[in-house]
Design a binder for this molecule. Structure first.
Ligand code: TRP
Length: 332
C-alpha cells in the first residue's frame, strides 16, 4: 500500500552549494525522503535561462547528483533525475503558457531582479521560468514543495495556474502546498552577517561552499567579520558576526547554542574562528571524499539517472496525457 504523499523539489546545477543550502535544504530532504514519495530534480532547463558554459553545465550536473547521494539522499528511496531527460517538462510548460498572463510574469520579483542583473540577455526563458517550475511540480501531482522564502512567489503562481486549469476543465492537477520548513538554523554571510549566506553572492569569502577544501574553509573563517568587544556570546542584534559563527558551530558540532558559548568562554576571537573552521572542515571532508568517489564512478551515476528518468517520465507522462485529452489534442 503506497499511501505516501508526493513531494517535489529541484535545484539548479549552476551555483556551488553553500553550507547554508546544506543545512537549509539537503539535511531537510534527508528526513523528507523517509516520509514522502520524493522527486528531486536537477533543474538544468532552468539553468540555461542565463548563459552557461556547456562543459561546465554538464560537469556540474554530475557534481550535484554525486553530492546529493554523498549527503545521504538515497536513489532507492526517491526519484533523482535530470529535468531535460523528461520531455514532458517542456511539453506541459507550453500548455501552461497559455494559462499564464504576460503581466503576471512581468511582475515577478525574481524576473525583475534577474533582468536587471542580466540586462544584455532578458530572454523569453527568463520570463517563462516560473511557468516551467509550475510544470515541474504539477506533472508529479505533488502535494508538497519544500522551498526557501525566495521561491514563495513562484509557488504561488504554480498554485494559481493549477487552479485556473482545474476550473477551466475539471480537476486535473493537485494544487501544491509550500513546505516552508522551519530551518533549524539560519546561516548568514561571513563577511556581511546581517545577510543570508548565498550561493550566488558577489564576495566568495562570505560563503562556505561544500566544495571548499579544508584550507579554504579555515582561511574564510579566519577572515570572518566579528564584532566589537571580545566576548563570545549569542546576541544576533548586537553581535551578528559572533552569533552567526556560534550558530554554524552549534549546527556542525551538534551542540546547543549555550553549549557552544560554553566551549569558547574566555577564549579570544582568533581561537574561536579557527575552531569553528576546523569543525566545519572536518564535517565536510567525508562528504567531499564520497562525492569524489561517486564522480569517478560515472557508470553508477548514469544508472541512477537512467532509472530516475524512467520513473519520472512514467509519472509525468500520465499527467501530460490527461492534460492533452482535456485541452482537445487529438490522440492516436
Ligand atoms: N527555482 C528553484 C530554485 O532556484 C529550482 C526549481 C526548479 C524548483 N523547479 C522547481 C524548486 C520545482 C521547487 C520545485 O531554487
Amino acid at each position: 500500500m503506497d499511501e505516501k504523499k508526493t513531494l517535489y523539489s529541484a535545484i539548479q546545477p549552476t551555483n556551488n552549494l553553500t553550507i547554508g543550502n546544506y543545512v537549509g535544504a539537503i539535511t531537510n530532504w534527508l528526513k523528507l525522503q523517509e516520509e514522502y514519495d520524493c522527486y528531486f530534480a536537477i533543474a538544468n532547463m532552468h539553468a540555461i535561462t542565463v548563459r552557461q558554459d556547456p562543459a561546465e553545465l554538464r560537469r556540474k550536473t554530475l557534481d550535484l547528483l554525486a553530492l546529493y547521494i554523498a549527503c545521504g539522499i538515497d536513489p532507492a528511496k526517491c526519484c533523482l533525475y535530470v529535468q531535460s531527460h523528461v520531455p514532458a517538462h517542456a511539453e506541459l510548460c507550453w500548455v501552461l503558457n497559455t494559462f499564464t498572463y504576460v503581466g503576471e510574469m512581468e511582475r515577478m520579483t525574481q524576473f525583475k531582479d534577474k533582468s536587471a542583473r542580466h540586462a544584455e540577455n532578458v530572454n523569453m526563458g527568463l520570463m517563462d521560468y516560473p511557468v516551467l517550475m509550475a510544470a515541474d511540480i504539477l506533472l508529479y501531482q505533488a502535494q508538497y514543495v519544500p522551498v526557501g522564502e525566495d521561491q514563495r512567489q513562484h509557488l504561488e503562481i504554480a498554485r494559481d495556474i493549477a487552479q485556473r486549469f482545474n476550473n477551466a476543465y475539471s480537476p486535473t492537477f493537485t494544487v501544491p502546498e509550500g513546505l516552508f520548513l522551519k530551518v533549524g538554523a539560519k546561516i548568514n554571510d561571513l563577511q556581511d552577517p546581517q545577510k543570508k549566506m548565498s550561493k550566488s553572492c558577489e564576495n566568495p569569502n562570505g560563503s562556505i561552499f561544500l566544495s571548499d577544501d579544508k584550507d579554504t574553509v579555515i582561511r574564510k573563517f579566519k577572515r570572518a567579520v566579528t564584532d566589537s568587544g571580545s566576548e563570545i556570546k549569542y546576541d544576533p542584534e548586537n553581535k551578528p558576526g559572533v552569533s552567526n559563527l556560534l550558530t554554524i558551530y552549534s549546527v556542525f558540532a551538534g551542540k546547543s547554542i549555550s553549549e557552544a558559548e560554553a566551549d569558547f568562554s574566555g577564549k579570544g576571537y582568533g581561537d574561536f574562528k579557527l575552531a569553528v573552521g576546523e569543525t566545519v572542515a572536518d564535517r565536510l571532508a567525508p562528504l567531499r571524499a564520497e562525492q569524489a568517489r561517486l564522480i569517478a564512478d560515472k557508470e553508477y551515476l548514469d544508472s541512477v539517472l537512467k532509472a530516475g528518468a524512467e520513473r519520472a517520465a512514467h509519472t509525468a507522462g500520465r499527467t501530460l496525457s490527461k492534460v492533452y485529452k482535456k485541452i482537445g489534442f487529438y490522440q492516436i
